[in-house]
Ligand binder design. Structure first.
Ligand SMILES: Cc1ncc(COP(=O)(O)O)c(C=O)c1O
Length: 475
């Protein structure tokens, strides 16, 4: 499988290269040059497979055997799922034909555990082959950080730097899961800013300078900027399809989205030929992605507003590059034109032809915080099921828009245990073990550094930190 930049003008990449490249020098992201279109017979062969078998089949479509053998890949998958219960991603049918896909049974209670438990070891496999060492940077809106820490603390060849927005921009338990780990390879930083601020800072300043200063070490990300994250997330979408639809019947899948990584995975599953229709659900407080998908302008200058769906408090859907690439059938000129206009601060929208492609694939949906609370309340009253705010944002589709008999899978992206304060707002009874978990004393220690107040000082501060605390281990 060959890979290339969404914005063209670079040589082809191998799968192994994709593990080392989030943002490329030309601002693009890595994508497969072409996505295989499976025949109906091939699609049908996915039905009745276990989660592990789906992973193997999907990953081998995109990873060449000269990077990793089937036996080694199977061992990585086996180990990855060993941190989950036997039913890795349970489907709960709350109403006839309306399923919650519970993606939060991993160690840090969000869907990020599923993909990172595969991506971390793939990265390590590559480093072991080459004998290289490196730094992984992760900017997180709350969930990726802890999932990355959980996987990376045991990878000896890598230091992981996690950056997260401070204040109450993430929940108490999200913060505890990020900051309570005292490990020599894990370094956490917070600042009074949004996740988007860290994203732009990494792309434009920190990563280029880090690479310049340490040209012999690997610098990579674990955000969904990394192709392998997108790939790994395809597995649970295919698994959900195969467990709810028969004989290639269509399925609707509702994805709560912020950075558009999960959405990109779903679009790729569509490209493989699975008959899914996607609803992309966003919070109306941060409407850039919704606006773009519905034919309106999005703007780089739109600032991030705090909402009840904190993990989606993002205005810059960093995977838009990839979405544009797939929707424009691989036209790198289209991607470049739209992204250049966005980066230069011009309000940017899709032309009619592109918009038709977008809307064939995805229905955008905008939800407000009141809907989130009302959905948590109503769902609990009618089914006794406790939704986390992100899942509730997607599930509000059921009460508002589900007027047909289409089977529909609602992605359960995080456990409600992470968002107890929002459950209180919805006035539903919070189980005792939820609150006991937050007060667990192992989570109380705080190992975290504060970035300097001024953004222009962050880069030198972090480079000095690396030179004092990390660079010794590269010698
Ligand atoms: C709980 C939860 N739901 C949804 C999302 C949105 O995912 P994406 O950024 O891939 O759109 C996130 C992202 O951090 C999340 O943590």
């Amino acid at each position: 499988m060959k890979y290339q930049s969404t914005q063209g003008f670079m040589p082809y990449f191998t799968f192994e290269d994709t593990l080392y490249n989030g943002w490329l020098q030309n601002n693009g992201l890595i994508v497969p040059v072409c996505v295989p279109r499976l025949t109906n017979d091939e699609l049908l062969k996915f039905c009745n497979l276990s989660y592990k078998e789906v992973c193997l089949k999907i990953l081998t479509l995109f990873i060449d055997s000269d990077f990793i053998s089937d036996v080694e890949l199977k061992a990585i998958i086996e180990k990855a799922v060993s941190v989950f219960p036997e039913n890795v991603a349970p489907l709960k049918e709350l109403y006839p034909g309306a399923y919650i896909l519970e993606l939060f049974h991993g160690p840090t209670h969000s869907f990020k555990d599923l993909s990172l438990s595969l991506v971390g070891p793939l990265l390590n496999h590559s480093l072991e082959k080459s004998g290289k060492r490196g730094i992984v940077y992760v900017c997180t809106s709350g969930d990726t950080g802890s999932a990355a820490i959980h996987v990376m603390k045991n990878q000896p060849n890598l230091h992981t730097i996690v950056m997260f927005p401070g204040g109450n921009r993430i929940s108490k338990l999200q913060r505890q899961l990020i900051t309570s780990v005292n490990h020599k390879n894990i370094h956490t930083f917070s600042a009074d800013c949004s996740c988007d601020d860290f994203d732009f800072f990494n792309q434009k300043e920190f990563v280029p300078n880090l690479k310049k200063r340490y040209p012999n070490i690997v610098v990579t990300s674990l955000n969904s900027l990394l192709w392998s994250r997108i790939l790994a997330q395809m597995c649970h979408i295919v698994y959900a399809y195969c467990n709810t639809s028969f004989n290639l019947q269509p399925l609707r899948i509702v994805i709560p989205t912020g950075g558009a990584g999960h959405l990109t995975s779903a679009v790729l599953v569509q490209k493989l030929g699975f008959p899914i229709h996607i609803v992309a659900a966003s919070n109306d407080k941060n409407p850039n992605l919704y606006n773009f998908l519905s034919g309106q302008s999005m703007s780089k200058t739109s600032s991030v507003t705090q909402s009840f769906t904190v993990a989606m408090d993002i205005q810059f859907p960093c995977n838009l590059d990839r979405l544009l690439y797939f929707w424009s059938d691989g036209c790198t000129d289209t991607v470049k034109k739209i992204m250049d206009s966005f980066y230069s601060g011009i309000p940017t929208k899709a032309d009619q032809k592109l918009l038709e492609k977008i809307q064939d694939s995805v229905t955008p949906m905008s939800v407000n915080d009141d809907d989130v609370i009302a959905t948590i309340k109503r769902c609990f009253k009618e089914t006794q099921y406790i939704l986390d705010p992100h899942t509730a944002l997607g599930f509000s589709h059921y009460y508002r828009d589900k007027v047909d008999n289409y089977p529909t899978v609602y992605c359960g992206c995080a456990s409600p245990i992470k968002f107890v304060d929002t459950l209180y707002k919805a006035e539903i009874p919070v189980p005792k073990y939820f609150t006991e978990y937050v007060h667990n004393k192992e989570l109380n220690d705080e190992y975290c550094h504060a970035c300097p107040p001024k953004k222009e000082d962050w880069c030198n501060y972090l480079l000095d930190y690396i030179s004092n605390k990390i660079s010794e281990s590269f010698k």
